[in-house]
Design a protein around this ligand. Structure first.
Ligand SMILES: Nc1ncnc2c1ncn2[C@@H]1O[C@H](COP(=O)(O)OP(=O)(O)OP(=O)(O)O)[C@@H](O)[C@H]1O
Ligand SMILES: [Mg+2]
Length: 288
């Protein structure tokens, strides 16, 4: 069962009066490392303020579907802030204000009729530090589908848990201990468990904020492989400090500096032939 972004007036998820997303007719184009899907998320003139302090300035960026987009830039340039605008996580910060427009499939995600809880199921998020719930492996994955009513029987829920763990590349390692605590897994396994938890609620977009920075090189390689597989199904946006990682996993790269989007394009182009001097200086390690 798929739920809608908009709640029906009676508060249910299935209302027929919810506005339909327009059909996007952007053609699929091919860039460097592979095909890039049609636009999934479109940010226009997005600015973010923490109290009086402006953290992002008029960022406009098209994020394609079925593609990995990497956000790079020095510490404090606004990467996490921008990532959080795409699932309204900034709403949870009391002194934070977002202006501009962000559309997903042509719908304004900041519209009053959008329920942020449903939005965050469609736009899942994975953080730097793996954050499994203090529950069993099974419960970590089953929790979301249960609260969103995605399974009508225990058997269906079991299937969702199994499929999600398989897609996250973790099933083989945990199938015999589904009822052990998720926190007992290694860091890399915990991160894949968190990805399985995000996948279980049928997201369309997965936001990842430095998902490998707490992991060793082997666990990192596994997550990178997984990201490459996941892009067949999902729109993925990843923040990374590793130029090598951005080059390995992404098809599009956006470079941020001092709260502004300096340059965006196919990853290969950004890394081999950037248009802006500041991008070149950053990717060659002159600052950051
Ligand atoms: N909750 C907050 N309250 C106030 N200011 C914040 C908050 N979160 C971020 N900022 C400020 O906004 C700016 C952008 O921060 P952000 O965390 O988005 O940067 P970043 O590019 O993700 O950095 P890093 O690479 O270090 O994670 C910084 O100046 C930061 O201090
Ligand atoms: Mg950050």
């Amino acid at each position: 069962m798929k739920f809608k972004l908009f709640r029906a007036p009676d508060g249910s998820q299935g209302g027929g009066s919810a506005p339909e997303a327009p059909v996007i007719s952007t053609p699929v184009v091919t860039h460097g490392a592979g095909p890039v899907g049609p636009t999934k998320i479109s940010a226009r003139d997005v600015s973010v303020f923490y109290g009086d302090k402006q953290a992002l300035y008029d960022v406009s960026l098209e994020i394609p579907d079925k593609t990995v987009t990497a956000l790079i830039g020095p510490s404090g340039c606004g990467k996490s802030t921008f990532l959080r605008t795409m699932n309204r996580m900034n709403d949870t910060i009391s002194h934070c204000r977002v202006t501009g427009r962000i559309e997903m499939d042509g719908e304004d995600i900041n519209a009053k009729s959008v329920d942020p809880v449903l939005l965050r199921a469609r736009v899942g998020m994975v953080f730097q530090k793996p954050n499994p719930f203090p529950k069993t492996i099974y419960e970590n994955v089953a929790y979301g589908p249960r609260i969103h009513g995605l399974a009508s029987s225990k058997g269906e829920l079991d299937d969702i848990v199994q499929i999600s763990l398989k897609r996250a590349g973790l099933w083989e390692e945990v199938s015999d201990r589904l009822h052990s605590p998720g926190t007992g897994l290694s860091g890399g396994q915990q991160q894949r468990l968190v990805i399985a938890r995000a996948i279980a609620v049928e997201p369309e977009v997965i936001l990842m904020d430095e998902p490998c920075s707490a992991l060793d090189p082997i666990a990192t390689a596994k997550i990178e492989e997984l990201i490459d597989e996941l892009r067949e199904r999902y729109c993925i946006v990843i923040v990374t400090h590793s130029m090598a990682q951005a080059a390995r996993v992404s098809q599009r790269t956006a470079f941020f500096h001092l709260g502004r989007l300096v340059e965006t394009g196919p990853t290969e182009e950004i890394f081999t032939n950037p248009r802006e001097r500041r991008t070149l200086d950053y990717i060659t390690g002159r600052f950051g």
